[in-house]
Design a protein around this ligand. Structure first.
Ligand SMILES: [Zn+2]
Length: 260
């Protein structure tokens, strides 16, 4: 009963071998895979993938902070050359409300486009207001803007919040944990001390698993994919000193609480 709450199955690398990727995920024990859109085209592609594998893949409607600005040129993902009309995309999401499992990834990015932070924040505020209205869980990208995202979240009443790949320092981890938010941990935890420390600090009831596939692979010679969630489970079991089965059950319970 494994879950991958955040990946990009519409990315060319995974999309080109999707049947095999899904098959390996099933064999690894995955029960739910949330595929995140990042822009207008990517949302439509992600929804189509969820429809193709309805028993295991769910659609997360995303508006990546950089795509919203219309600055994207990422290899393998549909490009977003023009700024996104956010209200139009809210309409699309509302129209497909029953098929939208969650909202994300959305958030702030201060690694790229830090000079446009006011506009990024304006967009994120619109998204937070929208999420409060449609009552879906939210999956957040917080790269180098962890404190700003927490500041904004704190003034909402949103409870079903997952911080994806959270790289904030101990103080920010503690603050997010105290606010009741969850953290989804990628398999790259096998080599990143930061995530090992995060798992040590945070109660197991606030931990989820993700891959961010095809990014953040735990293996230098292979791209990431949902089947690798197993490696995160192993590492959490080691850190928390409990069995893998117990970790698996606990994380599924956390998943049910937020997403089902
Ligand atoms: Zn992602």
């Amino acid at each position: 009963m494994l879950v991958d709450v955040h990946c990009h199955l519409d990315h060319k690398y995974l999309h080109d071998q999707l049947d095999a990727v899904i098959d390996r995920a099933r064999k690894a024990g995955l029960k739910y895979i949330l595929t995140s859109g990042v822009n207008v085209t990517s949302n439509r592609n992600a929804l189509a993938i969820a429809r193709k594998y309805p028993d295991i893949v769910k659609f997360s409607a995303g508006l990546y902070p950089i795509d919203l600005l219309g600055h994207v040129d990422v290899e393998g993902l549909p490009r977003q050359a023009e700024p996104i009309d956010i209200e139009e995309e809210f309409k699309f999401i509302t129209q497909h409300k029953d098929e939208v499992f969650s909202i994300g990834e959305v958030g702030l990015d201060a690694k790229f486009c830090a000079d446009q932070m006011p506009k990024q924040k304006e967009n994120l505020q619109k998204i937070l207001d929208f999420v409060a209205k449609i009552k879906k869980p939210i999956i957040l990208h917080t790269r180098k803007a962890e404190k700003d995202v927490l500041d904004m979240l704190e003034s909402t009443s949103l409870k079903k919040v997952d911080l994806h790949c959270f790289m904030g320092n101990k103080k920010l981890i503690q603050r997010a944990a105290d606010l009741g938010y969850s953290f989804s941990i990628p398999p790259v935890i096998v080599k990143l001390q930061h995530f090992q420390m995060l798992v040590e600090m945070v109660n197991i009831d606030q931990i989820l698993t993700e891959t961010d596939a095809p990014y953040l692979s735990p293996h230098s010679d292979r791209q990431n994919e949902p089947a690798f969630v197993r490696e995160t489970i192993k590492m959490i079991a080691k850190i928390k000193k409990i069995s893998e089965e117990e970790v698996e059950k606990n994380i599924f319970k956390n998943f049910e609480k937020i997403f089902l």
